[in-house]
Design a protein around this ligand. Structure first.
Ligand SMILES: [Ca+2]
Length: 279
């Protein structure tokens, strides 16, 4: 009897241990995510324009829905030959509230590398608070190809595709170079709440609920350490700003209950096993 029961107890323990580990994934899924884009690419042909050089910037003006959002990742199609391996680029994000040819303040400048594979590639970001209009640019470090791709659906958003050539250095619409498609540059947005959250604002833009503004990097982040990071709201052990208006439960609605239940279950099982050993 005892030997038959033990595997069942063990499997229950494993299941509960998995339940304890699960909240991290549940938390990620529970954070509202929006993907904003201009392009209509859905697989199939992509245009990789020629004539671009190191230092040129290829950019998309993107629009966030109402609410406070942070860019937590980008999707870019990069390719058109250029050899295997990775190619250095710089990712930039600007405030584009004025929607003029020249962007507003720069919100991010980050070096990274992209493969020349001609398909969607993901670039993760720590979370950059953005206004409702912002510009995402890819700065080439090498002459094209490889280069960012343009969709081939026959349409181009006249005011949302921009280029700045290293020579000349003035921003212009992509159509000036003969473009007929939209740059395939998309942003993953997190947040969407009323903002604030006790975490303040980066570059004047409220951080999403539960996040705070890291003043050193000017990025919204979940990694609070003290309540000072949350503007006085409580910083919990998961690095979230919690409290009235701090949005603990909007950013991780399922975690508290599941985590507590799983932990309680482990304690109960441990007590049961202890009793059986004594019996
Ligand atoms: Ca298009």
């Amino acid at each position: 009897m005892r030997s038959e029961m033990r595997p069942r107890f063990l499997s229950m323990l494993v299941a509960l241990a998995a339940a304890v580990a699960a909240p991290a994934a549940a938390q990620a899924e529970s954070i509202p995510i929006e993907i904003v884009r201009n392009d209509g690419y859905a697989g199939g042909p992509v245009t990789f324009p020629s004539g671009f050089a190191a230092g040129d910037v290829l950019a998309a003006r993107l629009a966030a829905p109402a609410g406070s959002w942070a860019v937590i990742g980008l999707e870019v199609v990069f390719g058109g030959a250029g050899g295997s391996g990775t190619h250095p680029v710089t990712v930039k994000i600007w405030d584009d509230s004025a929607e003029t040819l020249d962007p507003g303040p720069e919100l991010l400048s980050m070096d990274t590398e992209l493969g020349s594979n001609g398909t969607i590639q993901l670039i993760s970001l720590a979370g950059v608070g953005v206004p409702s209009r912002f510009r995402v640019g890819i700065v080439l470090h090498e002459s094209a190809p490889p280069i960012v791709g343009q969709d081939a659906d026959g349409t181009i958003d006249a005011d949302r595709n921009l280029v700045r050539h290293a020579t000349g250095s003035a921003w212009q619409r992509s159509q000036a170079d003969g473009a007929t498609g939209d740059w395939i540059i998309r942003a993953h947005l997190s947040g969407g709440g009323g903002g604030g959250g006790g975490g303040g604002a980066c570059f004047g833009v409220d951080c999403p609920a539960g996040q705070f503004c890291d003043t050193a990097s000017q990025r919204c982040t979940f990694e609070c350490v003290t309540e000072d990071d949350c503007g006085g709201a409580f910083c919990n052990r998961f690095g979230q700003c919690v409290g009235e208006g701090a949005g603990c439960c909007q950013s991780a609605p399922g975690r508290g209950t599941g985590y507590v239940l799983a932990c309680s279950g482990l304690v109960v099982l441990a007590l049961l096993l202890r009793r059986r050993r004594r019996a």
